[in-house]
Design a protein around this ligand. Structure first.
Ligand SMILES: N[C@H](CCC[C@H](N)C(=O)O)C(=O)O
Length: 276
């Protein structure tokens, strides 16, 4: 089966995107793993499917698969690439589209300056919504890691996030602590592990060890989760510049019950075909 794909990235968090409207894309987890493999396949952090909406209140359906082959609920950098892809392939005349995901509707919009702004929906804190196993809801939680306790904020952006504060993000033990947090037994569906350094009330630096992909150069939902966590802890104002290894995002959040808005780039690198 020959499938056309487009290679894209959002701040170096890279994707293989399939138009699953004009071609039939029915792949197994092993095939998604092969596509994501940076030596034997195309290579990417996630695979994104552009599908017809199944809801009357949406323009398209957006499905996300991690490099480990597992399907997940949300991908922020991917959402910016999604609307860029839809526009460039003339799949819709709109520059702002309503996109159905496994965790609800998000609304990406192409800006005149080429950046993309996405209404990423309302963050959720209820333990069952993350999901996270703990006595009761709290501002932060202590996770037992090998040889240390990590104090984390826990929330969902549709996908689960555990965010800890660090003094120096470049020196953080992301490769050691990231996998331990990702597969910590308190997270039945595993979790994305954020490491956030607060520079001032309007700027943070962030690294994320992503569930199912390892450390990526940027994580859109991770940036949203980190800013929400920082605001909840009284450390940040309602608009924050997030510096990741791949570049910068602007995240805005007015507080509980409000949606998180993310602004950043979306880049098409090349088109190709893969034989599966
Ligand atoms: N690894 C994430 C999915 C991709 C999220 C990330 N690439 C983003 O930009 O939000 C998870 O398992 O929930």
């Amino acid at each position: 089966m020959l499938l056309k794909f487009t290679k894209m990235h959002g701040l170096g968090n890279d994707f293989v995107v399939f138009d699953a409207i004009s071609q039939s894309v029915n792949l197994s987890p092993a095939q998604f793993q092969f596509i994501a493999d940076r030596h034997f396949g195309i290579g990417c952090d996630q695979i994104l499917l552009v599908e017809r909406a199944t809801r009357l209140d949406a323009d398209f359906r957006y499905r996300i698969f991690n490099a480990d082959g597992g399907e997940v609920e949300q991908c922020g950098n991917g959402a910016r690439c999604f609307v860029r892809f839809v526009h460039d392939k003339a799949l819709s005349p709109k520059t702002e589209i309503r996109v159905e995901t496994a965790s609800g509707i998000i609304v990406p919009r192409l800006e005149p300056n080429g950046q993309v702004t996405v209404n990423m929906g309302v963050p959720r804190f209820e333990l069952t919504e993350v999901p996270f196993i703990a006595e009761k809801r709290a501002l932060t939680y202590l996770l037992g890691l090998e040889g240390k306790l990590a104090e984390v904020s826990v929330l969902s952006m549709g996908n689960p996030h555990a965010v800890q504060l660090v003094e120096d993000v470049d020196g953080a033990a992301v490769a050691v602590e990231g996998p331990q947090i990702e597969s910590h037994p308190s997270f039945p569906a595993r979790v994305n592990a954020g490491f956030m350094q607060v520079l001032d009330r309007g700027r943070i630096k962030l690294r994320v060890y992503e569930r199912g992909a390892g450390e990526t150069l940027a994580c859109g939902t991770g940036a949203c989760a980190a800013v929400v966590a920082g605001i909840m802890r009284g450390l940040l104002d309602d608009e924050v510049r997030v510096t990741t290894r791949g570049g910068e995002l602007i995240i805005r959040w007015e507080g509980e019950g409000h949606p998180v808005r993310m602004t950043g780039p979306a880049v098409t690198v090349f088109e190709g075909e893969i034989n599966l």
